[in-house]
Write a protein that binds this ligand. Structure first.
Ligand code: ZN
Length: 241
């Protein structure tokens, strides 16, 4: 199949970062498809959020509706078979002896991106868009820029393809990610992300904070809350200037 230059496959989890990446791709490409993974994550609420975001995006942004193609959800229970992490099992979120948090799922992004490449190849899509970031992050080595560049080389060699892995958030802080969402979709997109994306490791949708839903205490909630606060501060500073 000939790869279409202006097409993208977004690795879409239903979280803040991947929702922003989805808008980024819809703003740039003529055809955008989405791919998600059910890997037995404790925060399975993410999976219902992704459907919700996709459904609500269409009427809010008619200019994107026509570009947005099919969504695929792949089942990957293999991670649960491999062993316990705090994202797939009921174990405490803590720092481990390796210096990585117990939420780290070894190989996760390596496998996600390889599967995304396989899907992009089959669908005739050239760009793979992922929300990985090494600016405000939990220290996962599979989110790093070098890992993504190495993966791009590996999948292209292994598939004899010219796929491009795009990482629009790699060098953005969480506050800058909010600002990017604002520039792409205005306040409507900000509200959609606040209300309907999910970030919390605990899968909590209980309390609505000004930055969205979550337990408010896990590392993912702390990052999201701090990013929102900084974004609001920057925004109000900008208005005074
Ligand atoms: Zn949380």
């Amino acid at each position: 199949m000939k790869h279409t230059e202006k097409s993208a496959l977004v690795v879409f989890s239903g979280g803040q970062d991947s929702a922003t990446c989805l808008a980024w791709a819809l703003d740039r490409f003529d055809r955008v498809e989405t791919l998600g993974f059910d890997y037995g994550q404790r925060h399975a609420v993410e999976l219902s959020c992704r459907t919700e975001v996709l459904q609500r995006l269409r009427p809010l942004f008619p200019q994107w509706d026509t570009k947005l193609g099919p969504d695929t959800l792949l089942s990957l229970d293999v991670f649960q078979q491999l062993g316990e992490t705090a994202l797939t099992h009921d174990v405490e979120i803590s720092m481990t002896a390796t210096g990585l948090p117990s939420t780290f799922v070894p190989g996760r992004n390596l496998i996600f991106l390889t599967l995304a490449a396989a899907q992009a190849y089959r669908r005739g899509i050239r760009h793979i868009v992922t929300g990985v970031c090494e600016t405000d992050f939990s220290g996962y080595p599979d989110c790093r820029d070098d890992t993504m560049k190495a993966l791009q080389v590996a999948v292209n060699l292994g598939m004899q393809a010219r796929l491009v892995i795009d990482t629009p958030l790699m060098w953005r802080t969480k506050a800058e990610t909010w600002a990017l969402a604002r520039s792409l979709g205005g306040q409507d997109l900000i509200e959609l992300i606040l209300e309907h994306t999910h970030t919390c490791y605990q899968g909590s949708r209980g309390a609505r904070h000004d930055w969205g839903y979550g337990c408010g205490a896990c590392p993912a909630c702390e990052l999201r809350a701090a990013g929102w606060e900084q974004y609001r501060e920057n925004a109000s500073g900008g208005q005074r200037a």
